[in-house]
Design a protein around this ligand. Structure first.
Ligand code: GDP
Length: 299
């Protein structure tokens, strides 16, 4: 289930609406709540101006709505830092929002609608700018690398790849459908964060990349076949304007899928391993400083 934090929801505040934002997406159980909690602990306190912020550990509850947490990109992150500066006063503020989104398959449209807003009436995509002023600077797609191996009995590969396919396709549509003159909307890079690398069953980032590319390629083929075999699918009817190749991710007609094909649509995709837990003490995980750096460079 999607768990969110009480205490500093800031989505409703108009002051925060124009802050640069990072979208946090990924299947349930990937560790999104854990990551949000960690980032908040490291970089959340010093920035929050809201008076209702709680200092005790965040209470969790289930929710269908995304939750934004305000973070400070200038906050010190490394736990090994010798100068144990309390994350406060003398840090210049570079606030941004981390928007957590539900991972349940039925609720994934929440995340996708941030990238490709839909008209509530017609269900058709709207131009990216017409929904909100929140400039999305990047997407973290978090997944559980410890269950990703296709040979593991409860492999999460197909589930994670299906979600990723839809996410990347939304970004591809965002790029190719909405141009102003010859201008495309600002690009949104994607970080595929392979989590739980502290566990021995976890695949390293290079393998995560390989498995995902292979699975995305399979999905691409089966979706294009589906379109040929059964004519038009139900959800396509609502959109009404699907063209051939519209569901095809990456280079059209290419034999196998590779993330670098997304560059054609101005989408930078990077796969980086890490661990939210087993970081700074008990475990052996690589931590998630690399993810934090990726974020800080983009907000
Ligand atoms: P969400 O559904 O994406 O929000 O996932 P949660 O944050 O609720 O995490 C799901 C489970 O994975 C929890 O039991 C976490 O403690 C666990 N978890 C998250 N990150 C890690 C990690 O880096 N290593 C390990 N071993 N477990 C993790």
């Amino acid at each position: 289930l999607h768990q969110v934090l009480h205490g500093n929801e800031s989505g409703s505040s108009s002051k925060n609406a124009s802050l640069p934002s990072i979208l946090l997406a990924g299947p349930s159980g990937a560790g999104k709540t854990a990551l949000l909690t960690l980032f908040e602990k490291r970089a959340g306190r010093s920035t929050s101006t809201s008076t209702d912020e709680k200092t005790e550990p965040a209470k969790t509850h289930t929710s269908q709505t995304p939750v934004s947490t305000k973070l400070n990109a200038a906050a010190p992150f490394s736990s090994s830092s010798t100068s144990v500066s309390s994350p406060s006063d003398n840090q210049p503020k570079r606030n941004f929002l981390l928007i957590d989104t539900p991972g349940h398959p039925k609720l994934r449209s929440t995340a996708l609608s941030h990238l490709l807003p839909l008209d509530p009436k017609s269900g058709r995509p709207l131009p990216p700018s017409s929904k909100s002023s929140q400039p999305i600077k990047g997407v973290i797609f978090l997944l559980d690398a410890s269950t990703l191996s296709p040979s593991s009995p409860d492999s999460s590969l197909s589930q994670a790849a299906t979600y990723l396919y839809d996410l990347l396709l939304s970004l591809q549509h965002r790029y190719s459908r909405y141009t102003k003159g010859s201008k495309h909307p600002p690009s949104i890079p994607v970080l595929i964060a392979a989590n739980k690398l502290d566990l021995f069953t976890a695949l390293p980032a290079t393998l995560v990349k390989k498995e995902l590319e292979a699975e995305l390629g399979r999905i691409r083929v089966s979706r294009s076949k589906g379109l040929l075999d059964s004519g038009v699918k139900e959800e396509d009817v609502t959109a009404g304007e699907k063209e051939e190749g519209d569901d095809w991710l990456g280079e059209y007609g290419s034999e196998s899928f590779e993330f670098r094909q997304m560059v054609e649509f101005d989408i930078e995709v990077e796969v980086m391993g890490g661990s939210v837990l087993g970081n700074g003490g008990e475990g052996e995980g690589p931590g998630c400083e690399g993810w934090w750096k990726w974020v800080v460079e983009r907000v």
